[in-house]
Design a protein around this ligand. Structure first.
Ligand code: V47
Length: 372
């Protein structure tokens, strides 16, 4: 079949995609500069269906944010608070364990645990938190701590990143979420998150985690002050890391939500950019198995469309989301398993419940089995 693109400059990219070839930096820039979203979607969907057919993954998970107290003051963030702020909170260990057990109606397979960089909570405290969760919920996968939190805990404990990760793994961490990557470019990081580790340090921490046998996800925060070159550079750095370690499971593009942040003057991203970002991610990241359309961030309606533009995952039930809702997200804070099934089916896709590492899950309402 002869495929006709409105933007003929994308034709050489189609030839590469059809041949299973790798796209270059210049291809990435050309795609960002094109408004031919149907062409981008056509190509991304080719890759998506080559990898996963019509299957669309989701999981039954619960987010836990033990504290929003944070020593950093990143301009991009509306979640972190100073310890003296009366609106800040820090859970006790008992509160974390209790929170883990409430709010969900179907047995969860994953706890997604991230929080602020607290000036007093120690690595030992977090290890106790993890082992307490494992004791109480032995079947639940603990996807915990961004590379930024790992870096901070290692500084506070005055031990190496490797040792910190080993301690966390021994205490119960099964994998790491993808947050904190933002945009690797130093110029942009200085403005949006100057208190965080550098892009180089993020990549190095992920590399070490993968060397220790821990898988992780990865993200890119877009729609603030970055340009197209910064985005392509970020995607290529992730692709290079993956060539080396193979430890990245899912890429999640995250649209910047400006409300209640120090960058609240920046307009919100458009649905057009969000969909385009999904498609370009699928096309550039040829070695990362999954692209997630995080419904909390995109809205369930746009996430559904993304399933035809390169995404093969829609994330999970979430149960209690705080980071995006503090920054003005208008989506619900959770969805039921049945809602996710319906969204996926109504997009003409075939839902498959997965665990964090994409193994199929079979379940009754209160129990589940992971096929290994
Ligand atoms: O690290 C913070 C970003 C991340 C804002 O690994 C913001 O499966 C937009 O990483 N506007 C946390 N984004 C979320 C995250 C994530 C979400 C879902 C699944 C997974 C996974 C990871 O959100 C932060 C930061 O990059 N963020 N503030 C904001 N105002």
């Amino acid at each position: 079949m002869q495929v006709v693109f409105e933007d003929s400059r994308l034709k050489p990219i189609l030839e590469k995609v059809e041949a299973g070839g790798r796209l270059s930096y210049d291809d990435g820039i050309a795609m960002y500069r094109s408004a031919d979203i149907l062409a981008l979607g056509y190509m991304a969907n080719l890759v998506r269906e080559r990898l996963h057919g019509s299957i669309t993954y989701f999981n039954v998970n619960r987010h836990i944010n033990p504290t929003d107290v944070c020593v950093a003051s990143c301009r991009l963030c509306a979640f972190g608070k100073k310890a003296r702020d009366p609106k800040s909170y820090t859970m006790s260990l008992e509160q974390v364990w209790e929170t883990a057990g409430i709010g969900w109606s179907e047995a969860v397979t994953e706890f997604h645990i991230v929080g602020g960089l607290h000036p007093e909570l120690t690595l030992d405290w977090y290890c106790q938190m993890l082992s307490g969760l494992k004791e109480r919920f032995p079947q639940v996968h603990l996807k915990a701590f961004t590379m930024v939190e790992v870096g901070y805990l290692s500084q506070r404990a005055k031990i190496s990143i490797r040792e910190t990760l080993e301690r966390l793994k021994d205490a119960g961490v099964d994998s790491l979420p993808g947050g904190g990557a933002e945009i690797f470019c130093d110029r942009v990081r200085r403005v949006i998150c100057d208190h965080k580790l550098t892009g180089q340090e993020w990549l190095e921490t992920a590399r070490t985690a993968h060397q220790l046998g821990l898988h992780s996800n990865c993200t890119m925060l877009y729609g603030h002050i970055e340009n197209e070159e910064d985005r392509v550079d970020h995607l290529i750095k992730l692709r290079e890391l993956q060539d080396e370690t193979g430890g990245l499971v899912t890429f999640i593009p995250l649209a910047f939500h400006p409300d209640n942040t120090a960058l609240s003057h920046i307009p919100k991203t458009t649905g057009f950019l969000d969909i385009k970002q999904i498609a370009i991610s699928r096309l550039m990241l040829d070695n990362i198995p999954h692209i997630k359309a995080y419904w909390i961030m995109m809205t369930p309606s746009v996430a559904q469309i993304a399933l035809r533009f390169g995404a093969d995952d829609i994330d999970g039930t979430v149960v209690e989301e705080k980071i995006y809702h503090d920054a003005g997200a208008t989506t619900s804070q959770s969805l039921r398993r049945g809602d996710l099934l319906r969204l996926i089916r109504k997009a003409g896709r075939e839902p498959l419940e997965r665990d964090t590492l994409y193994r199929p899950v079979t379940r009754t309402e209160s129990t589940f089995t992971v096929l290994v």
